[in-house]
Design a protein around this ligand. Sequence first.
Ligand code: FES
Ligand code: MG
Length: 579
Amino acid sequence: MAEHNAERRLRSQGWFGGRDKHGFMYRSWMKNQGIPEHAFDGRPVIGICNTFSELTPCNAHFRKLAEHVRRGVLEAGGFPVEFPVFSNGESNLRPTAMLTRNLASMDVEEALRGNPVDAVVLLTGCDKTTPALLMGAGSVDLPSIVVSGGPMLNGRHRGETIGSGTMVWQWSEDVKAGKISMEEFLSAESSQSRSAGTCNTMGTASTMACMAEALGVALPHNAAIPAVDARRYVLAHLSGSRIVEMVHEDLRLSKVLTREAVENAIRVCAAIGGSTNAVIHLKAIAGRLGVPLELEDWTQVGHGTPTIVDLQPSGRLLMEDFYYAGGLPAVIRRLDEQGLLPNPDALTVNGRTMRQNTEHAEVYDETCIRALEDALVADGSLRILRGNLAPKGAVLKPSAATPELMKHRGRAMVFSDYDDYLARIGDEDLDIDENCVMVLQNCGPKGYPGMPELGNMGLPPKILARGITDMVRVSDARMSGTAYGTVVLHVAPEAAAGGPLAAVRDGDEIELDADAGVLHLHVSDEELAARMAALPAHEPVMSGGYQGLYVREVLQADEGCDFGFLRGTRGAAVPRYSH
Ligand code: FES
Ligand code: MG
């Protein structure tokens, strides 16, 4: 058998390179797919890790995407092998796709390590698929490149442009406030989602696609090219070709996804008005690669970064507009020119630095990618809050908040869980006004379980009817990246883990000062300690199965909600023989 790669014997040769019984077995069964002998000659074997699923509608076009990656791999002399992994579909999975992010990451890790692959192309789209695949790949540390599925085309409804998710939050409140009819609301379903792709707002999927590009683990323009644009398929093709070269260069994920890359991503997240979910996912990804990242880095590194991308939910436009306006490279260049890109020399997967990739990128629409002086929010960095109500931190997104409510003191109105909220929020006699702070308990990682996107709980209809659209809300839940409001999220420790959030009672005074990083419950230390000592232990919904494992092992939001035992890189050594 010819030795294709003279410099280095690749790990796939640990399967395919033997002239003995083992080599026979590994090759022979693969040949039942019509694969010729020369595919096993030592050329790079490229895994195409596919999150295709018809139950993950945002990733349902991935067979075609994989086909274009395959063409690129073949063109560059690699041997492509596509395989499926658990697919986290945000829109369908209950109680939340977050519950299975870690499960998917385990699937990816074991599939990569146990199989004859030298590198991997990660096909990611819907929210959790991007962090799950990067987490799994991070624990193996082979050369890895992300190809995102791309956003849906702009939603169009009766002459209006509508954005995925964001319009649902807004219009459902409008129905409650009596501004539009239920018929009008429901008629927008098919207009919102009219092409393949992920949410077209700067929700979590788009944010994580931007994070992949800002981290340097995807090619330039990966984030914004629409899913159905032919250039998306060209990017997939080029990524397939590039990953083959990355094998020859031994450009492993850990050489790209460094502390420097994470710092760049934090700045970019503020500039795009990115989702709060990025805080949790970046922590979990960094944790797999041993990259240090603390909650306070979001303020220390991100501080003073203006939000300049005018996309919903922070602003007006959608991902399709963003691509035509110049996409993420143009944003990164704009930051870099103002000294706001911390590490322009960070290496990216194409072998060039972040600055080399972006220094000629142009802005074609200044209303979408704005000048720094004309920012949506002067300091769009995510605010990290601490205090006796959140000793391990909480998060608030200023570009989605009402500026006047970012500093607020009000009386707590407590909902003990989401069912309690649903049962009482419509009650005309509920003792609540717009100055109250709505508190939602038991929606954290262990409590719900899985930390659903319930933190932006809707306002009471009687308050909406008066034209009021925002109130301060505090919870241990997350919020959809497509949502907005003055919403304090990810309170840690969560209520179900015995955090002080569980001890808040109706009528307590809560003080929020987002710019000062404060979330304080005006209850004495003694009183708070007494209340917490009297809290009943949380009863999980299920104690067995994956959910049982999840509740036992999940870390709190400040630790990225990974399982403790999954942190770190366990490498890609060829495992022992199977037969
Ligand atoms: Fe899949 Fe928004 S629901 S990207
Ligand atoms: Mg989401």
